[in-house]
Ligand binder design. Structure first.
Ligand code: SAM
Length: 354
C-alpha cells in the first residue's frame, strides 16, 4: 500500500506542480498523441479551449467510432481534451465521465465545462469530472455494467497496480462494452533499478507494460483476445533519458478489447462470414476493426469466432451481417493473409484472423 501511495503522490506532483504545459515534458513519449488524431477529430479539437489543448499529455487518439448516445468513461482524463472531444461525439443524449487523481488537472477540466457546453450548442453539460483513482472506480461512484466505452490516453502505464485497473474496467463495462485506449508499451520488462525513477515514470516510460505481460494480464481477468488498432514507435528525444533506458524499445499502441464472454485464446474456425453494411458514420467504404481486419462495404469475409463475436455482440452489431454460429467447429482458423489496412478493395485476399 505505501508503494502505491508514494507513486500516486509522486505523479500528482509531476502532473499537478512540475508540468504546466506539454512543453514542460522532458521527452516526447507522453505528448506524442497530438498528430495522431484523424481529420474529423482534429476539426473538433478546434472547438476545444486552448488551455485544455496546451495541457494535453496523451500518446495517441483513443477515440473509437459510433459513440452517439453512449456513456463513455475517460481514465486519467487530465485537463479533459479527449473527454471534451467525446462530449461532442456522444451528443446530447450521451455522457462522458472523466476520472483523474490530480486536483490541478481537474481544476482546468472543470473550469471550462460551461464554455465547452456553450461551444457545442448544448443546453446543459453532458460531461462530469471526478477526483479519484483508476484502481478503484467504485470510490468514484462508477457502477457495475454501467459504461458503454472506456477510454484512456497515456495513463495506465503510470499505475502501480495495473491488475486492479483492468479488473475495474471490466467491472464497469456493460456486456459487449469496449475498452479503447492508447498507451506506452515496451518490448521487455523494465529493469527493476529504473522502475521507481520519478522522471522515467512521470514521462510514461518506466511503468510501460511489456506487451506480453499485458496479454497475460488481460487473459487472467477473462479477456483472452485484444486487438491492436494502431502502433507507432516512440523515439526518445532526450539524450539523458535515452542513456538511462535506451535498451528498451517503446511504442505508443492503441488497443481495443471487448467485454465478451466467449473470447478464446486463439482464432477458432466455425465457418462464419461477416459483411460490413457501410453504415458507420464517417466510414462509408470500409471499417477497420484492427490493424489487420479491414472490412470493405458489402464484401463477405471469413472470420474467426472471436471476430464474429466482436461484430455481432457489441454496438457494431447493426452495421454487420454475420452468417453462421458456433454450432459446428472446423478447427483453428487458418490465418491466411489477412485483409490489412494496406490491402485495396480489389485485392484477392480472403480471410482474416487475429
Ligand atoms: C500523461 S497524463 C495524460 C492525461 C490525459 N489523458 C491527456 O491525454 O492529456 C496522465 C494523467 O493520469 C493521471 N493519473 C495517473 N495515475 C492515475 C491514477 N492511478 N488514478 C487517476 N489518475 C491518474 C494523472 O493525474 C494525469 O492527469
Amino acid at each position: 500500500m505505501p508503494v502505491i501511495m508514494n507513486t500516486h503522490q509522486q505523479l500528482k506532483e509531476y502532473y499537478g506542480k512540475l508540468l504546466q504545459s506539454s512543453s514542460d515534458l522532458k521527452t516526447n513519449a507522453c505528448a506524442c498523441g497530438e498528430d495522431a488524431a484523424p481529420l474529423p477529430i482534429r476539426r473538433i479539437i478546434k472547438d476545444i479551449h486552448p488551455e485544455i489543448i496546451d495541457r494535453f499529455y496523451g500518446c495517441g487518439s483513443p477515440i473509437p467510432p459510433l459513440l452517439d448516445g453512449c456513456t463513455v468513461l475517460d481514465l486519467g482524463c487530465g485537463t479533459g481534451r479527449d473527454a471534451y472531444i467525446i462530449a461532442k461525439l456522444v451528443g446530447k443524449s450521451g455522457k462522458v465521465i472523466g476520472v483523474d487523481m490530480t486536483d490541478e488537472q481537474l481544476e482546468v477540466a472543470r473550469r471550462h465545462i460551461d464554455w465547452q457546453t456553450d461551444r457545442f450548442g448544448y443546453s446543459k453539460p453532458n460531461m462530469e469530472f471526478h477526483q479519484g483513482y483508476i484502481e478503484d472506480l467504485a470510490e468514484s461512484g462508477i457502477a457495475d455494467n454501467s459504461v458503454d466505452v472506456v477510454i484512456s490516453n497515456c495513463v495506465i502505464n503510470l499505475s502501480p497496480d495495473k491488475p486492479s485497473v483492468f479488473r475495474e474496467i471490466f467491472r464497469v463495462l456493460k456486456p459487449g462494452g469496449e475498452l479503447y485506449f492508447s498507451d506506452v508499451f515496451a518490448d521487455r520488462r523494465i529493469p527493476v533499478a529504473l522502475k521507481d525513477d520519478p522522471i522515467l515514470r512521470g514521462e510514461c516510460l518506466s511503468g510501460a507494460m511489456y506487451i506480453e505481460d499485458f496479454r497475460r494480464l488481460l487473459r487472467e481477468i477473462g479477456c483472452a483476445d485484444y486487438r491492436v488498432v494502431n502502433k507507432t514507435a516512440i523515439t526518445i528525444d532526450n539524450d539523458e533519458v535515452r542513456s538511462k533506458i535506451g535498451m528498451v524499445n517503446f511504442w505508443s499502441i492503441t488497443v481495443r478489447a471487448f467485454k465478451l464472454a466467449e473470447m478464446e485464446d486463439i482464432c477458432e474456425d466455425f465457418g462464419q462470414v461477416a459483411a460490413y453494411r457501410g453504415s458507420i458514420p464517417g466510414h462509408p467504404h470500409y471499417f477497420d476493426l484492427d490493424d489487420h481486419h479491414r472490412f470493405f462495404t458489402g464484401k463477405r469475409m471469413p472470420v474467426c469466432g472471436n471476430t464474429a463475436s466482436m461484430l455481432q455482440n457489441t454496438r457494431f452489431s447493426n452495421h454487420f451481417i454475420v452468417e453462421g454460429d458456433r454450432s459446428v467447429h472446423f478447427g483453428p482458423f487458418a490465418c491466411a493473409p489477412a485483409t490489412s489496412k494496406a490491402a485495396s478493395a480489389d485485392s484477392p485476399l480472403g480471410g482474416a484472423c487475429c
